[in-house]
Design a protein around this ligand. Structure first.
Ligand SMILES: *[C@@H]1O[C@H](CO)[C@@H](O)[C@H](O)[C@H]1NC(C)=O
Ligand SMILES: *[C@@H]1O[C@H](CO)[C@@H](O)[C@H](O)[C@H]1NC(C)=O
Ligand SMILES: *[C@@H]1O[C@H](CO)[C@@H](O)[C@H](O)[C@H]1NC(C)=O
Ligand SMILES: *[C@@H]1O[C@H](CO)[C@@H](O)[C@H](O)[C@H]1NC(C)=O
Ligand SMILES: CC(=O)N[C@H]1CO[C@H](CO)[C@@H](O)[C@@H]1O
Ligand SMILES: [Ca+2]
Length: 533
């Protein structure tokens, strides 16, 4: 069987009749410069004619065909009957379906001529291949887009940010249908794209994150080597500048005013200072130190858990200069000077209103019980320790002196007696003296004054019992009738010496005598003996 070439031209006329196929022109010459005897045919994809369009793909023609209709042509193989049909009397092959190289790029078909009456093969089957020729019917696509990328601020021109790849479904081995060229549609002058590789690069020096952080870049990929008529696809890349430590810290105040109560214990927080930093993250982290001033020995400064704030705590004098320094330094930017800042913190030590303070924690005085009424027992004194130095007023806490033995002079603090004391009744007067600030009665303090009353011999002795005794008539002289004992509330209790004698009216009675036995210390008793005369 021989391939008849001449009718092939008809095929292409059919193709060209379809306006959408204008590109087919390009392939026409390619397909037909080949000998029709070759068994490979190239057909442009999208080739799509119907029988009525007389869109023969190829005509089979047997040498034995005398044109009398006795020969029948048969087509078998891939797509036979569905994609391709053959006119069994003329041998014209038609494509009856749209062809798409990206779906199926070649078909293997077989044709044979047979006797129409006997159906006997006139020749052996001949195989041929239809290769579908690519046309540029696919635009490049960014399959992974849209993209996100990050590049450090201040990057040098040419720093690579991200590589984008567009894929083109067309045949990369044939023509330029899949030859993609990249260009940037949006994002200049900050970024550029490498036409061949699709690498997006920084194209502007010293881009500053603190000025602008986010950029939207639109990249186009165009096939046909970027030529006019090529198909194009686009994608966006969101590019974020990442932070580097390019900003020094700056205290938010040139001078801080703080105060701390003088009573503040060690470790208590005086205040917080903040060196702000335009950078973020570790680049804004701060370390604080006290570089000067008298506060160095009085206060400590530490960084809070967020690493941003300086916390001043009590360690004792009120002015110093703390330093705030970045902890994370960018090695490339050290030449830009110290990443530190200095501020002044003035701490005033506040006066806490304290109550009056007595000149002794407690007082003890001794006073004889026969002291005259009005005797000054003690001059107590209290002072307001505060800077205000308020005037102090004194008083006696009433419950501590319920019987009102004492009086205190309100301004001088002289404590005096107003009643006579009696040791035998009260040997101690433990009284509480109050001192109060005149301008601020809530500031009050107290002190204890223990007054010990000393004894004086102010009590006569008395006989222990009222004695009534009887004596027999015949009692012999010298017989002890009764022993008498005396007591005395004065001191020393039990250690006193008494002298006994008969009362004057009885002295001349000869019938009785009293003998003072001088208080035999061993017996610790004082005995008088009466004897009958
Ligand atoms: C890119 O940024 C735009 C606007 O800022 C946003 O709407 C979009 O979602 C971002 N795209 C991606 C992939 O992050
Ligand atoms: C108390 O003060 C007065 C005058 O200030 C003084 O004369 C007196 O001796 C003082 N008395 C005592 C017990 O200190
Ligand atoms: C407080 O004032 C008194 C007189 O009113 C004075 O004697 C005393 O020294 C003052 N104290 C202080 C701490 O100034
Ligand atoms: C008074 O105080 C003294 C010493 O502080 C103590 O020994 C005594 O018992 C107290 N007297 C009274 C009645 O509280
Ligand atoms: C003063 C007095 O009472 N004397 C008497 C002492 O005793 C004699 C006798 O017993 C009396 O006669 C006294 O009168
Ligand atoms: Ca293409």
């Amino acid at each position: 069987m021989k391939w008849n070439c001449s009718p092939c031209s008809l095929l292409w006329l059919c193709a060209l009749a379809k306006s959408e196929m204008s590109e087919l022109k390009i392939y026409q010459s390619v397909a037909f410069l080949k000998s029709c005897r070759k068994e490979i045919f190239r057909l442009p994809e999208y080739f799509h004619c119907t029988l009525t369009d007389s869109s023969e793909l190829q005509q089979l023609h047997s040498d034995m065909d005398k044109g009398d209709g006795s020969i029948k042509y048969i087509l078998t193989g891939e797509g036979a009957g569905s994609t391709f049909t053959i006119d069994d009397s003329t041998g014209d092959i038609h494509a009856i379906q749209r062809l798409d190289r990206e779906v199926k790029s070649q078909y293997v078909l077989r044709a044979q001529a047979r006797n129409r009456l006997t159906d006997r093969p006139l020749e052996p089957e001949s195989e041929f291949i239809v290769k579908i020729q690519d046309i540029n019917d696919n635009e490049p696509r960014f399959l992974d887009g849209p993209y996100r990328a990050t590049v450090p601020e201040m990057s040098k021109i040419g720093t690579s940010v991200i590589q984008l790849t567009a894929t083109d479904a067309d045949d990369p081995t044939y023509g330029n249908s899949a030859r993609v060229v990249y260009s940037i549609l949006d994002g200049q002058p900050y970024f550029s794209v490498d036409a061949k590789t699709g690498v997006v690069r920084v194209s502007l020096a010293d881009m500053d994150r603190e000025t602008r952080e986010d950029y939207t870049v639109v990249i186009q990929a165009k096939d046909m080597g970027g030529q006019l008529g090529g198909l194009a696809g686009t994608t966006t890349v969101n590019i974020t500048l990442s932070d580097i430590n390019d900003n020094p810290p700056m205290f938010d105040q040139r001078l801080y005013q703080m105060s701390v109560p003088e009573s503040a214990p060690v470790g208590s927080v005086v205040g917080r200072i903040w060196a702000k930093d335009k950078d973020i993250g570790v680049n804004a982290e701060m370390r604080y130190s006290i570089i000067d001033g008298d506060g160095r020995d009085t206060f400590d400064i530490s960084t809070d858990p967020t690493n941003l704030f300086g916390i001043i705590t009590v360690k004792k004098v009120p002015q110093f200069e703390p330093l705030g320094a970045n902890t994370h330094l960018d090695a490339g930017l050290r030449h830009r000077g110290p990443f530190t800042d200095v501020t002044i913190v003035h701490v005033s030590v506040e006066d806490v209103d304290e109550p009056p303070l007595f000149d002794a924690p407690a007082y003890y005085v001794e006073l004889k019980e026969d002291a005259e009424v009005g005797t000054v027992v003690k001059n107590v004194s209290a002072r307001d320790p505060d800077a205000a130095n308020n005037t102090v007023r004194y008083s006696i806490e009433r419950s501590s002196d319920p019987e009102k033995y004492f009086y205190i002079e309100i301004t001088s603090g002289s404590l005096m007696t107003v009643r006579s004391l009696d040791r035998e009744e009260n040997s101690w007067h433990n009284i509480t003296v109050l001192a109060m600030e005149m301008n601020n009665p809530t500031q009050i303090s107290s002190v204890s004054v223990a007054v010990r009353v000393l004894d004086v011999n102010d009590n006569p002795p008395s006989l222990t019992d009222y004695l009534e005794m009887s004596v027999c008539e015949q009692t012999k002289a010298g017989m002890v009738i009764q022993t008498v004992t005396a007591v005395d509330p004065d001191e020393p209790r039990g250690g006193q010496h008494f002298s006994y004698s008969l009362a004057p009216e009885a002295v001349n009675n000869p019938n009785f005598t009293l003998r003072d036995n001088q208080g035999n210390p061993a017996e610790r008793s004082h005995i008088a003996r009466f004897t009958s005369g």
